[in-house]
Design a protein around this ligand. Structure first.
Ligand SMILES: NC(=O)c1ccc[n+]([C@@H]2O[C@H](COP(=O)([O-])OP(=O)(O)OC[C@H]3O[C@@H](n4cnc5c(N)ncnc54)[C@H](OP(=O)(O)O)[C@@H]3O)[C@@H](O)[C@H]2O)c1
Length: 281
């Protein structure tokens, strides 16, 4: 029996699993599509039902691939997609959302994010997001790569307080948000989606992560993901195009790391003691 995945409650009151799946780079190469679809489906089978994509990924082909992976099981999945900042005008946001829905062949995106800040005024983007939500084309909206000052600006525009998530770079090696952005979001019950949770694979060779993984007969990826699942209101979205690695990532929920080993990880990856500008990949 698998340990269940912890959940995170969105501002609207619905809960989603704290471990989902990323799709950056999926759909780039046709010969890989079969494995990519199979790995997303293996994740859904195991309860990793938050699937994160974007109009940017593989120029829309990632969304097409997600559409194929969830065909026939839409109701099981919580679909997240993102609008390019240069499309995020009042009209452009709605048109981009329509294109994303068509590519995925679905009627609603559960959470639609502004991918990063651009030149369109936040008030315009929020107005578009709110109207998409009213029309039922999206379930909720959020942002990505927003630091505390961006979030404060967002909350000050009409409707801005309805933001449902902020997706940012967060992993053991990138702990800057723990100083301010993470507690800021936690205090306001705004979930943080942690992208690149295993630092695109680069964390997996760190000697301390390897040492701790061995001590628990676990893998470095499981240690990196367990670190994120310890945090309140954090949803990790590792990407893997291998069903076997997806299953491995899913099993991170069974890891029970001791206080002593968390302290060893803190020593190897010290939490911030001052403000760090938000990092991006
Ligand atoms: N909002 C944003 O600006 C933004 C930016 C970056 C990412 N994201 C989102 O966050 C998702 C995750 O981030 P990411 O794709 O950058 O990086 P990631 O999830 O940290 O790492 C993905 C890489 O790690 C490998 N991998 C996954 N599980 C593994 C395991 N158990 N053992 C060994 N290698 C493993 C994958 O290879 P295989 O596929 O071969 O397994 C892939 O090369 C993205 O896919 C995307 O959806 C959002």
């Amino acid at each position: 029996m698998l340990d269940s995945i912890p959940t995170v409650t969105l501002p609207a009151g619905n809960s989603v699993p704290a471990l989902g799946q990323g799709t950056w780079n999926m759909g780039e190469i046709a010969a890989r599509a079969k494995d990519e679809i199979a790995s997303l489906q293996a994740g859904i089978d195991r309860g990793m039902t938050v699937i994160d994509t974007a109009e940017m990924y593989a120029d829309g082909r990632s969304e097409k691939l997600v559409g194929k992976a969830i065909d026939g099981r839409r109701a099981e999945v919580f679909v997240v997609s993102k609008v390019y900042p240069w499309n995020a005008s009042r009209k452009g946001t709605i048109e981009a959302c329509e294109r994303s829905l068509q590519r995925m062949r679905i009627e609603r995106i559960d959470l639609y994010l502004l991918h990063w800040r651009g030149n369109h005024p936040l008030a315009e983007t929020v107005e578009a997001m709110e109207s998409l939500q009213l029309s039922g084309m999206i379930g909720a909206w959020g942002v990505s790569n927003f630091d505390v000052d961006d979030m404060e600006e967002l909350l000050a525009v009409p409707g801005g307080k309805n933001v449902a998530a902020n997706q940012v770079l967060y992993n053991l090696g990138r702990r800057g948000i723990e100083f301010d952005l993470l507690p800021w979001c936690q205090e306001r019950n705004i979930p943080v989606m942690a992208y690149s949770p295993i630092e695109q694979g680069r964390l997996l060779h760190h000697p301390e992560v390897v040492r701790i993984a061995k001590a628990y007969q676990a893998t470095p990826a499981q240690v990196a993901l367990a670190f994120l699942l310890e945090r309140t209101g954090v949803i990790a979205i590792p990407k893997s195009a291998s069903a076997q690695r997806v299953a491995e990532n899913r099993d991170c929920v069974s890891l029970d790391i001791t206080e002593e080993d968390w302290k060893a990880l803190d020593a190897a990856f010290p939490p911030p003691d001052n403000k760090k500008p938000l990092e991006m990949i």
